[in-house]
Design a protein around this ligand. Structure first.
Ligand SMILES: Nc1ncnc2c1ncn2[C@@H]1O[C@H](COP(=O)(O)OP(=O)(O)O)[C@@H](O)[C@H]1O
Ligand SMILES: Nc1ccn([C@@H]2O[C@H](COP(=O)(O)OP(=O)(O)O)[C@@H](O)[C@H]2O)c(=O)n1
Length: 221
């Protein structure tokens, strides 16, 4: 049977990963972080010294992109081949170039196929899938579709808290990544049928509660 899909989109630092992981745990659902795959491909490109502005060269990386994920205690453990890249893909040097990889249409369609396969293979009743175009492109028929937002100021403050001072991403970097990503997919306005959840004035637990409540409301479960 197809799993219940909870699709969550939103800009950087809105809480998509952390809130989705906690909501999935409460619901007994699986969790899929689609951004991790874009980050892993960008990491591989950097590792191989590929010019990420060269779309053909980036697409060629897909032939040799042995992407594997395993659920971990704090989120997804990401491997490329035998390499554990879980931490490396979150580094600012990857955040700085991931949008270059994500803007290539052939990359998006290949990764979307992977995401749909992973969703179909879900062994539990549901899966929370988070990214930028899940409600609109990857799973537009999802039972629950949420746009998770928060003011830019709050998103930057939340994100800076996660990074070591030496790594602190500037407000400018986050703003620039959102600006470039928004040229490819619209994750700032809710598509028809998508519920906007603004977490600016909600704490973490309140945000998770709101997602779980919406899932119960929409699925009757
Ligand atoms: N409603 C909230 N209130 C306070 N902190 C939050 C809230 N939602 C998320 N956070 C925190 O903000 C940070 C960024 O969240 P994250 O899940 O990485 O965002 P995204 O995946 O959208 O980039 C994390 O430290 C997370 O724990
Ligand atoms: N569905 C998705 C998910 C991520 N992405 C790209 O992948 C990057 C990293 O996504 P992410 O979800 O890890 O980013 P954060 O919001 O966690 O910082 C984004 O900046 C986008 O360029 C995308 O294009 N489409």
């Amino acid at each position: 049977m197809s799993p219940i899909v909870v699709a969550v989109d939103g800009p950087a630092g809105s809480g998509k990963s952390s809130v989705s992981i906690a909501a999935a745990e409460r619901l007994g659902y699986a969790f899929l972080d689609t951004g991790a795959a874009y980050r892993a491909l960008a990491w591989l490109g950097l590792e191989r010294g590929v010019d990420l502005d060269d779309a053909d060269a980036v697409v060629a990386l897909l032939d040799d992109f042995d992407y594997r994920t395993v659920p971990g205690a704090d989120g997804t453990i990401v491997h490329i081949g035998l390499h554990d890249v879980t931490t490396a893909i979150r580094e600012p040097r990857v955040s700085a170039v991931v949008s270059d990889v994500a803007r290539i249409p052939a990359v998006r369609s290949a990764l979307n196929e992977t995401f749909r396969r992973l969703i179909d293979a879900t062994q539990v009743p549901g899966i929370v899938v988070e990214g930028r175009d899940i409600t609109t492109v990857v799973a537009p028929d999802a039972a629950v579709r949420i746009l998770l937002t928060a003011s830019e100021e709050v998103r930057i403050a939340r994100r800076s808290k996660d990074l070591a001072p030496a790594q602190a991403a500037t407000a400018g970097q986050l703003r620039e990544r959102d600006r470039r990503d928004a040229q490819v997919v619209d994750f700032m306005t809710a598509a028809p049928g998508v519920t906007t959840l603004d977490s600016t004035d909600l704490d973490f637990d309140q945000t998770v509660d709101a997602v779980v409540a919406l899932v119960h409301e929409r699925t009757g479960a």
